[in-house]
Design a protein around this ligand. Structure first.
Ligand code: GAP
Length: 457
Protein backbone atom coordinates (compact mmCIF):
# COMPACT_ATOMS: atom_id res chain seq x y z
CA UNK A 1 0.00 0.00 0.00
CA UNK A 2 1.05 3.62 -0.45
CA UNK A 3 2.59 5.43 2.51
CA UNK A 4 0.07 7.07 4.85
CA UNK A 5 0.05 10.83 5.11
CA UNK A 6 0.36 12.69 8.39
CA UNK A 7 -3.43 13.19 8.62
CA UNK A 8 -3.96 9.41 8.75
CA UNK A 9 -1.51 9.23 11.65
CA UNK A 10 -3.11 12.21 13.45
CA UNK A 11 -6.45 10.44 13.37
CA UNK A 12 -5.06 7.08 14.53
CA UNK A 13 -3.00 8.80 17.22
CA UNK A 14 -6.03 10.57 18.66
CA UNK A 15 -8.42 7.63 18.31
CA UNK A 16 -6.11 5.22 20.09
CA UNK A 17 -4.52 7.49 22.69
CA UNK A 18 -1.06 8.15 21.32
CA UNK A 19 -1.23 11.93 20.91
CA UNK A 20 -3.92 14.48 21.79
CA UNK A 21 -4.12 18.18 20.87
CA UNK A 22 -2.97 20.03 23.97
CA UNK A 23 -5.28 22.23 26.09
CA UNK A 24 -8.19 21.01 23.98
CA UNK A 25 -10.89 21.81 26.53
CA UNK A 26 -9.85 25.49 26.33
CA UNK A 27 -9.74 25.60 22.55
CA UNK A 28 -6.22 24.23 22.22
CA UNK A 29 -2.85 25.91 21.88
CA UNK A 30 -1.48 26.02 18.35
CA UNK A 31 0.91 23.17 17.64
CA UNK A 32 1.14 21.86 21.19
CA UNK A 33 0.46 18.15 21.70
CA UNK A 34 0.07 15.86 24.69
CA UNK A 35 1.24 12.25 24.64
CA UNK A 36 -1.41 9.85 25.90
CA UNK A 37 -1.04 6.42 27.55
CA UNK A 38 0.36 4.78 24.41
CA UNK A 39 2.26 7.83 23.19
CA UNK A 40 4.27 8.18 26.38
CA UNK A 41 5.25 4.50 26.17
CA UNK A 42 6.30 4.91 22.54
CA UNK A 43 8.35 8.03 23.33
CA UNK A 44 10.00 6.29 26.27
CA UNK A 45 10.81 3.27 24.12
CA UNK A 46 12.38 5.47 21.42
CA UNK A 47 14.47 7.25 24.05
CA UNK A 48 15.50 3.95 25.65
CA UNK A 49 16.49 2.50 22.28
CA UNK A 50 18.59 5.58 21.55
CA UNK A 51 20.21 5.56 25.00
CA UNK A 52 20.99 1.83 24.78
CA UNK A 53 22.55 2.30 21.36
CA UNK A 54 24.49 5.46 22.28
CA UNK A 55 25.55 4.80 25.84
CA UNK A 56 25.28 1.09 26.73
CA UNK A 57 26.34 -0.60 23.50
CA UNK A 58 29.51 1.49 23.25
CA UNK A 59 32.23 2.10 25.77
CA UNK A 60 33.17 5.67 24.90
CA UNK A 61 30.03 7.66 25.77
CA UNK A 62 28.77 9.08 29.07
CA UNK A 63 25.32 10.43 29.88
CA UNK A 64 24.27 13.84 31.20
CA UNK A 65 21.10 15.68 32.19
CA UNK A 66 21.72 19.43 32.30
CA UNK A 67 19.36 22.29 33.18
CA UNK A 68 16.83 23.72 30.76
CA UNK A 69 17.43 27.24 32.06
CA UNK A 70 21.10 28.21 31.88
CA UNK A 71 23.07 31.36 32.55
CA UNK A 72 22.25 33.82 29.77
CA UNK A 73 25.94 34.12 28.92
CA UNK A 74 25.87 30.55 27.58
CA UNK A 75 23.57 31.75 24.79
CA UNK A 76 25.52 34.93 24.25
CA UNK A 77 28.76 33.05 23.59
CA UNK A 78 27.17 30.13 21.76
CA UNK A 79 25.98 32.67 19.20
CA UNK A 80 22.28 32.03 19.77
CA UNK A 81 21.49 35.53 21.06
CA UNK A 82 22.77 37.06 17.84
CA UNK A 83 22.07 34.48 15.20
CA UNK A 84 19.39 32.00 16.26
CA UNK A 85 16.65 33.65 14.25
CA UNK A 86 14.39 33.14 11.27
CA UNK A 87 13.85 35.88 8.65
CA UNK A 88 10.29 37.12 9.06
CA UNK A 89 8.00 39.02 6.70
CA UNK A 90 4.45 40.31 7.16
CA UNK A 91 1.83 40.23 4.44
CA UNK A 92 0.60 43.82 4.11
CA UNK A 93 -2.79 42.64 2.84
CA UNK A 94 -3.90 39.92 5.28
CA UNK A 95 -1.31 40.58 8.03
CA UNK A 96 -0.12 36.95 8.11
CA UNK A 97 3.39 36.55 9.49
CA UNK A 98 5.57 34.34 7.30
CA UNK A 99 9.07 32.89 7.10
CA UNK A 100 10.85 34.60 4.23
CA UNK A 101 13.06 31.56 3.56
CA UNK A 102 10.00 29.31 3.08
CA UNK A 103 8.28 31.49 0.45
CA UNK A 104 8.81 29.74 -2.85
CA UNK A 105 7.49 32.45 -5.15
CA UNK A 106 7.42 35.63 -3.03
CA UNK A 107 3.64 35.45 -2.55
CA UNK A 108 1.61 35.14 0.65
CA UNK A 109 0.33 31.52 0.77
CA UNK A 110 -2.72 32.78 2.68
CA UNK A 111 -4.10 35.42 0.28
CA UNK A 112 -1.76 35.35 -2.71
CA UNK A 113 -0.60 38.95 -2.25
CA UNK A 114 2.95 39.91 -3.22
CA UNK A 115 2.87 42.95 -0.93
CA UNK A 116 5.25 41.75 1.77
CA UNK A 117 7.42 43.69 4.20
CA UNK A 118 11.23 43.49 4.09
CA UNK A 119 12.60 40.43 5.99
CA UNK A 120 13.73 41.05 9.57
CA UNK A 121 15.32 38.60 12.03
CA UNK A 122 13.09 37.05 14.68
CA UNK A 123 14.97 35.34 17.54
CA UNK A 124 13.48 31.92 18.29
CA UNK A 125 14.49 31.66 21.94
CA UNK A 126 11.71 31.86 24.52
CA UNK A 127 12.45 34.41 27.22
CA UNK A 128 11.56 34.30 30.88
CA UNK A 129 12.84 35.86 34.11
CA UNK A 130 14.39 34.22 37.14
CA UNK A 131 13.61 35.27 40.69
CA UNK A 132 11.19 37.77 42.12
CA UNK A 133 12.46 40.64 39.99
CA UNK A 134 10.78 43.07 37.67
CA UNK A 135 9.77 41.61 34.31
CA UNK A 136 11.92 44.15 32.49
CA UNK A 137 15.06 43.69 34.62
CA UNK A 138 17.70 42.74 32.01
CA UNK A 139 19.81 41.01 34.68
CA UNK A 140 17.00 38.54 35.35
CA UNK A 141 16.46 37.65 31.69
CA UNK A 142 17.02 33.99 30.83
CA UNK A 143 16.04 31.70 27.96
CA UNK A 144 14.53 28.26 27.72
CA UNK A 145 17.20 26.24 25.93
CA UNK A 146 16.70 25.90 22.16
CA UNK A 147 19.04 22.88 22.04
CA UNK A 148 20.38 20.49 24.68
CA UNK A 149 23.91 20.65 23.23
CA UNK A 150 25.13 23.71 25.13
CA UNK A 151 24.51 21.99 28.47
CA UNK A 152 27.02 19.38 27.34
CA UNK A 153 29.71 21.86 26.24
CA UNK A 154 29.63 23.81 29.50
CA UNK A 155 30.03 20.51 31.40
CA UNK A 156 32.89 19.26 29.23
CA UNK A 157 35.54 19.67 31.94
CA UNK A 158 33.27 18.24 34.66
CA UNK A 159 32.59 15.07 32.69
CA UNK A 160 36.19 14.76 31.51
CA UNK A 161 37.69 14.88 34.99
CA UNK A 162 35.06 12.86 36.84
CA UNK A 163 34.93 10.07 34.26
CA UNK A 164 38.70 10.13 33.63
CA UNK A 165 38.08 9.95 29.89
CA UNK A 166 40.59 10.38 27.10
CA UNK A 167 39.79 11.48 23.55
CA UNK A 168 37.83 10.39 21.67
CA UNK A 169 34.73 10.25 23.85
CA UNK A 170 31.17 11.52 23.78
CA UNK A 171 28.45 12.85 26.06
CA UNK A 172 24.80 12.03 25.39
CA UNK A 173 21.72 13.86 26.59
CA UNK A 174 17.98 13.60 26.07
CA UNK A 175 15.69 16.45 27.02
CA UNK A 176 13.20 19.13 26.14
CA UNK A 177 14.11 22.09 23.97
CA UNK A 178 12.03 25.13 23.10
CA UNK A 179 11.86 27.29 19.98
CA UNK A 180 9.33 29.99 19.30
CA UNK A 181 8.85 28.69 15.75
CA UNK A 182 7.23 31.17 13.36
CA UNK A 183 5.44 28.49 11.37
CA UNK A 184 5.02 25.39 13.50
CA UNK A 185 2.80 22.64 12.17
CA UNK A 186 2.38 19.27 10.54
CA UNK A 187 1.33 17.59 13.78
CA UNK A 188 4.36 16.76 15.96
CA UNK A 189 6.83 17.49 13.14
CA UNK A 190 7.45 21.12 14.12
CA UNK A 191 6.35 22.29 17.54
CA UNK A 192 7.52 24.99 19.93
CA UNK A 193 8.26 22.51 22.69
CA UNK A 194 9.95 19.28 21.66
CA UNK A 195 12.44 16.72 22.82
CA UNK A 196 15.94 16.15 21.50
CA UNK A 197 18.41 13.27 21.69
CA UNK A 198 21.84 14.78 21.21
CA UNK A 199 25.35 13.46 21.54
CA UNK A 200 28.53 15.52 21.37
CA UNK A 201 31.53 13.41 20.38
CA UNK A 202 34.91 15.01 21.12
CA UNK A 203 37.82 14.18 18.83
CA UNK A 204 41.30 15.38 17.93
CA UNK A 205 41.33 18.03 15.19
CA UNK A 206 42.29 16.21 12.01
CA UNK A 207 40.27 13.13 12.93
CA UNK A 208 36.98 15.02 12.70
CA UNK A 209 36.17 14.37 9.05
CA UNK A 210 36.62 10.61 9.29
CA UNK A 211 34.70 10.33 12.56
CA UNK A 212 31.93 12.55 11.17
CA UNK A 213 31.45 10.19 8.25
CA UNK A 214 31.41 7.18 10.62
CA UNK A 215 28.63 8.78 12.67
CA UNK A 216 26.59 9.58 9.54
CA UNK A 217 26.68 5.91 8.53
CA UNK A 218 26.03 4.67 12.04
CA UNK A 219 23.02 6.97 12.56
CA UNK A 220 21.47 5.94 9.25
CA UNK A 221 21.83 2.30 10.31
CA UNK A 222 20.24 3.03 13.67
CA UNK A 223 17.03 4.21 12.03
CA UNK A 224 16.88 1.07 9.91
CA UNK A 225 17.46 -0.99 13.06
CA UNK A 226 14.36 0.70 14.50
CA UNK A 227 12.53 -0.89 11.61
CA UNK A 228 12.24 2.20 9.39
CA UNK A 229 12.42 1.28 5.73
CA UNK A 230 15.57 2.50 3.97
CA UNK A 231 13.41 3.59 1.00
CA UNK A 232 11.93 6.39 3.09
CA UNK A 233 15.24 7.58 4.52
CA UNK A 234 17.92 9.52 2.71
CA UNK A 235 21.00 11.61 3.39
CA UNK A 236 20.99 15.29 2.59
CA UNK A 237 24.23 17.25 2.39
CA UNK A 238 23.56 20.80 3.62
CA UNK A 239 24.90 23.33 1.12
CA UNK A 240 27.32 25.96 2.48
CA UNK A 241 24.65 28.70 2.63
CA UNK A 242 22.43 26.52 4.88
CA UNK A 243 25.12 25.63 7.42
CA UNK A 244 24.71 26.88 11.00
CA UNK A 245 27.30 29.42 12.16
CA UNK A 246 29.31 26.73 13.96
CA UNK A 247 29.29 23.99 11.31
CA UNK A 248 32.02 22.92 8.92
CA UNK A 249 29.83 20.23 7.36
CA UNK A 250 26.32 18.95 8.22
CA UNK A 251 24.51 15.98 6.77
CA UNK A 252 20.84 15.49 7.60
CA UNK A 253 19.01 12.21 7.67
CA UNK A 254 15.71 12.97 6.03
CA UNK A 255 12.48 10.99 6.13
CA UNK A 256 9.70 11.07 3.54
CA UNK A 257 7.29 12.82 5.92
CA UNK A 258 5.11 14.25 3.11
CA UNK A 259 4.53 11.48 0.55
CA UNK A 260 1.36 13.18 -0.71
CA UNK A 261 3.29 16.17 -2.08
CA UNK A 262 3.68 16.10 -5.82
CA UNK A 263 7.34 17.09 -6.12
CA UNK A 264 9.75 14.46 -4.91
CA UNK A 265 12.03 17.09 -3.38
CA UNK A 266 9.31 18.49 -1.10
CA UNK A 267 8.34 15.07 0.26
CA UNK A 268 11.43 14.90 2.43
CA UNK A 269 12.38 16.73 5.62
CA UNK A 270 14.87 16.53 8.46
CA UNK A 271 14.71 13.75 11.03
CA UNK A 272 18.23 14.15 12.37
CA UNK A 273 21.23 16.39 11.74
CA UNK A 274 24.83 15.21 12.04
CA UNK A 275 27.14 18.21 12.26
CA UNK A 276 30.86 18.75 12.43
CA UNK A 277 30.86 21.69 14.87
CA UNK A 278 34.66 22.05 14.78
CA UNK A 279 36.18 23.46 17.99
CA UNK A 280 33.70 26.37 17.93
CA UNK A 281 31.84 25.49 21.11
CA UNK A 282 34.69 24.61 23.44
CA UNK A 283 36.65 27.66 22.31
CA UNK A 284 33.74 30.04 22.59
CA UNK A 285 33.04 29.00 26.20
CA UNK A 286 36.71 29.09 27.22
CA UNK A 287 38.53 31.62 29.26
CA UNK A 288 41.68 32.41 27.33
CA UNK A 289 44.64 30.59 28.88
CA UNK A 290 48.10 32.17 28.89
CA UNK A 291 49.56 29.86 26.28
CA UNK A 292 46.70 29.51 23.80
CA UNK A 293 46.22 31.49 20.62
CA UNK A 294 43.83 34.42 20.89
CA UNK A 295 41.02 33.04 18.73
CA UNK A 296 37.57 33.80 20.23
CA UNK A 297 38.72 34.52 23.79
CA UNK A 298 35.94 34.80 26.34
CA UNK A 299 36.12 37.48 29.04
CA UNK A 300 33.21 36.06 31.05
CA UNK A 301 34.17 32.39 31.37
CA UNK A 302 36.18 31.22 34.36
CA UNK A 303 37.30 27.97 32.77
CA UNK A 304 39.54 26.91 29.92
CA UNK A 305 37.93 23.99 28.11
CA UNK A 306 41.03 22.91 26.20
CA UNK A 307 42.30 19.33 26.40
CA UNK A 308 45.81 18.26 27.40
CA UNK A 309 47.08 15.14 25.70
CA UNK A 310 49.43 13.38 28.13
CA UNK A 311 50.99 11.25 25.41
CA UNK A 312 51.97 14.04 23.02
CA UNK A 313 52.15 16.82 25.65
CA UNK A 314 49.93 18.94 23.39
CA UNK A 315 47.11 21.23 24.46
CA UNK A 316 44.26 21.89 22.03
CA UNK A 317 40.50 22.39 21.70
CA UNK A 318 38.75 19.16 20.65
CA UNK A 319 36.51 19.12 17.59
CA UNK A 320 32.92 18.06 18.07
CA UNK A 321 30.81 15.69 15.97
CA UNK A 322 27.14 16.03 16.86
CA UNK A 323 24.35 13.60 15.94
CA UNK A 324 21.15 15.43 16.95
CA UNK A 325 17.73 13.84 16.55
CA UNK A 326 14.22 14.80 17.60
CA UNK A 327 12.26 12.34 19.74
CA UNK A 328 8.97 13.58 18.30
CA UNK A 329 10.07 13.38 14.67
CA UNK A 330 11.43 9.90 15.32
CA UNK A 331 8.06 8.92 16.81
CA UNK A 332 6.27 10.38 13.77
CA UNK A 333 8.50 8.56 11.30
CA UNK A 334 8.18 5.31 13.23
CA UNK A 335 4.36 5.61 13.23
CA UNK A 336 4.22 6.47 9.53
CA UNK A 337 6.53 3.66 8.63
CA UNK A 338 4.72 1.08 10.73
CA UNK A 339 1.28 1.92 9.36
CA UNK A 340 -0.17 -0.77 7.13
CA UNK A 341 -3.55 -2.14 6.16
CA UNK A 342 -4.62 -5.75 5.70
CA UNK A 343 -7.90 -7.31 4.61
CA UNK A 344 -9.29 -10.16 6.70
CA UNK A 345 -11.22 -13.17 5.35
CA UNK A 346 -14.50 -11.27 5.76
CA UNK A 347 -13.19 -8.60 3.40
CA UNK A 348 -12.78 -6.00 6.18
CA UNK A 349 -9.76 -3.72 6.10
CA UNK A 350 -7.75 -3.67 9.31
CA UNK A 351 -5.02 -1.26 10.33
CA UNK A 352 -1.86 -2.93 11.56
CA UNK A 353 0.86 -0.89 13.17
CA UNK A 354 3.96 -2.95 12.47
CA UNK A 355 6.09 -1.33 15.13
CA UNK A 356 9.45 -2.85 15.96
CA UNK A 357 8.76 -4.98 19.07
CA UNK A 358 11.24 -2.91 21.12
CA UNK A 359 9.15 0.21 20.40
CA UNK A 360 5.67 -1.24 20.76
CA UNK A 361 3.91 0.44 23.72
CA UNK A 362 2.38 -2.89 24.78
CA UNK A 363 4.24 -6.13 24.19
CA UNK A 364 1.46 -8.63 24.89
CA UNK A 365 -2.31 -8.45 25.35
CA UNK A 366 -3.90 -11.20 27.40
CA UNK A 367 -7.42 -11.88 26.13
CA UNK A 368 -9.98 -14.29 27.63
CA UNK A 369 -12.09 -15.99 24.99
CA UNK A 370 -15.13 -16.06 27.28
CA UNK A 371 -15.45 -13.29 29.81
CA UNK A 372 -18.47 -14.90 31.46
CA UNK A 373 -16.41 -17.91 32.52
CA UNK A 374 -14.77 -16.97 35.86
CA UNK A 375 -12.01 -19.65 35.60
CA UNK A 376 -10.89 -18.33 32.21
CA UNK A 377 -10.94 -14.72 33.43
CA UNK A 378 -8.99 -15.66 36.56
CA UNK A 379 -6.34 -17.53 34.56
CA UNK A 380 -6.00 -14.69 32.05
CA UNK A 381 -5.64 -12.12 34.81
CA UNK A 382 -3.04 -14.18 36.65
CA UNK A 383 -1.04 -14.65 33.41
CA UNK A 384 -1.09 -10.89 32.87
CA UNK A 385 0.11 -10.26 36.44
CA UNK A 386 2.90 -12.81 36.18
CA UNK A 387 4.19 -11.34 32.87
CA UNK A 388 3.99 -7.73 34.00
CA UNK A 389 7.40 -7.47 35.77
CA UNK A 390 9.19 -8.77 32.65
CA UNK A 391 7.25 -7.02 29.91
CA UNK A 392 4.43 -4.53 29.44
CA UNK A 393 1.24 -6.59 29.24
CA UNK A 394 -2.44 -5.66 29.34
CA UNK A 395 -5.64 -7.57 30.01
CA UNK A 396 -8.70 -6.79 27.89
CA UNK A 397 -12.13 -8.40 27.90
CA UNK A 398 -14.21 -5.50 26.56
CA UNK A 399 -15.27 -7.09 23.28
CA UNK A 400 -15.43 -10.18 21.13
CA UNK A 401 -12.09 -11.75 20.23
CA UNK A 402 -12.08 -10.37 16.66
CA UNK A 403 -12.54 -6.82 17.94
CA UNK A 404 -9.88 -7.30 20.62
CA UNK A 405 -7.35 -8.56 18.04
CA UNK A 406 -8.15 -5.62 15.73
CA UNK A 407 -7.65 -3.15 18.55
CA UNK A 408 -4.25 -4.59 19.46
CA UNK A 409 -3.15 -4.73 15.79
CA UNK A 410 -4.01 -1.07 15.43
CA UNK A 411 -1.81 -0.02 18.36
CA UNK A 412 1.08 -2.24 17.35
CA UNK A 413 0.97 -4.93 20.06
CA UNK A 414 3.22 -7.70 18.65
CA UNK A 415 1.50 -10.59 20.47
CA UNK A 416 -1.98 -11.47 21.67
CA UNK A 417 -2.30 -14.31 24.15
CA UNK A 418 -5.71 -15.96 24.14
CA UNK A 419 -6.96 -17.97 27.09
CA UNK A 420 -9.75 -20.39 26.12
CA UNK A 421 -11.70 -23.35 27.51
CA UNK A 422 -8.97 -25.76 26.55
CA UNK A 423 -6.44 -23.71 28.56
CA UNK A 424 -8.19 -24.93 31.71
CA UNK A 425 -7.46 -28.51 30.63
CA UNK A 426 -4.02 -28.36 29.06
CA UNK A 427 -2.40 -25.34 30.78
CA UNK A 428 -1.63 -23.84 27.38
CA UNK A 429 -2.63 -20.64 25.60
CA UNK A 430 -2.65 -19.40 22.01
CA UNK A 431 -0.03 -16.84 20.97
CA UNK A 432 -1.08 -14.83 17.92
CA UNK A 433 1.43 -12.90 15.83
CA UNK A 434 0.37 -9.35 14.87
CA UNK A 435 1.97 -9.34 11.42
CA UNK A 436 1.18 -12.83 10.16
CA UNK A 437 -1.97 -13.51 12.24
CA UNK A 438 -0.54 -17.00 12.75
CA UNK A 439 -1.35 -18.74 16.02
CA UNK A 440 0.64 -21.17 18.08
CA UNK A 441 -0.12 -23.11 21.25
CA UNK A 442 2.32 -22.44 24.13
CA UNK A 443 2.41 -23.90 27.65
CA UNK A 444 1.61 -21.29 30.32
CA UNK A 445 4.80 -22.15 32.21
CA UNK A 446 6.88 -21.44 29.07
CA UNK A 447 4.97 -18.32 28.04
CA UNK A 448 7.23 -15.63 29.49
CA UNK A 449 10.40 -17.14 28.03
CA UNK A 450 8.62 -17.71 24.70
CA UNK A 451 7.41 -14.10 24.47
CA UNK A 452 10.76 -12.64 25.49
CA UNK A 453 12.45 -14.74 22.82
CA UNK A 454 9.96 -13.62 20.17
CA UNK A 455 10.40 -9.98 21.25
CA UNK A 456 14.17 -10.23 20.91
CA UNK A 457 14.07 -11.41 17.29
N1 GAP B 1 22.19 20.96 18.51
C1 GAP B 1 21.90 20.94 17.11
C2 GAP B 1 20.48 21.10 16.83
O1 GAP B 1 19.69 21.44 17.70
P1 GAP B 1 18.72 21.01 14.91
O2 GAP B 1 18.86 20.44 13.52
O3 GAP B 1 18.25 22.41 15.03
O4 GAP B 1 20.16 20.83 15.55
C3 GAP B 1 18.06 18.69 15.90
O5 GAP B 1 17.79 20.06 15.79
C4 GAP B 1 16.78 17.88 15.73
O6 GAP B 1 15.80 18.35 16.64
C5 GAP B 1 16.13 18.02 14.35
O7 GAP B 1 16.71 17.12 13.42
C6 GAP B 1 14.70 17.66 14.64
O8 GAP B 1 14.53 16.25 14.66
C7 GAP B 1 14.50 18.19 16.05
N2 GAP B 1 13.81 19.49 16.01
C8 GAP B 1 14.35 20.71 15.80
N3 GAP B 1 13.40 21.67 15.84
C9 GAP B 1 12.23 21.04 16.10
C10 GAP B 1 10.87 21.49 16.27
N4 GAP B 1 10.53 22.77 16.24
N5 GAP B 1 9.91 20.54 16.50
C11 GAP B 1 10.22 19.23 16.58
N6 GAP B 1 11.48 18.77 16.44
C12 GAP B 1 12.48 19.65 16.20
Amino acid sequence: MSAPNIETIVSLAKRRGFVFPSSEIYGGLGSAWDYGPLGVELCNNVKQAWWRWMVYERDDIEGLDSSIILNRLVWKYSGHEDTFSDPLVDCRECKTRLRADKLDDGKCPNCGSTKLTEPRPFNLMFQTHVGATAEDDPNALVYLRPETAQGIFINFANVLTTSRRKLPFGVAQIGKSFRNEVTPGNFIFRTREFEQMEMEYFVRPGEDERVHQEWIDSCFNWFTRLGISGDDLRLYEQPKEELAHYAKRTVDIQYRFFPERSEDERQWDELMGIANRTDFDLRTHSKKPEDADGKRLNPDSTEDLSYFDEATKERFYPYVIEPAAGVNRTVLSVLMDAYSEKTNDKGETRVILKLHPSLAPIKAAILPLAKNKPEIVALARSIKRSLQPALRAVYDDTGGIGKLYARQDEIGTPFCVTVDHQSLEDDAVTVRDRDTWEQERVKVEDLQEDLLKRLRT
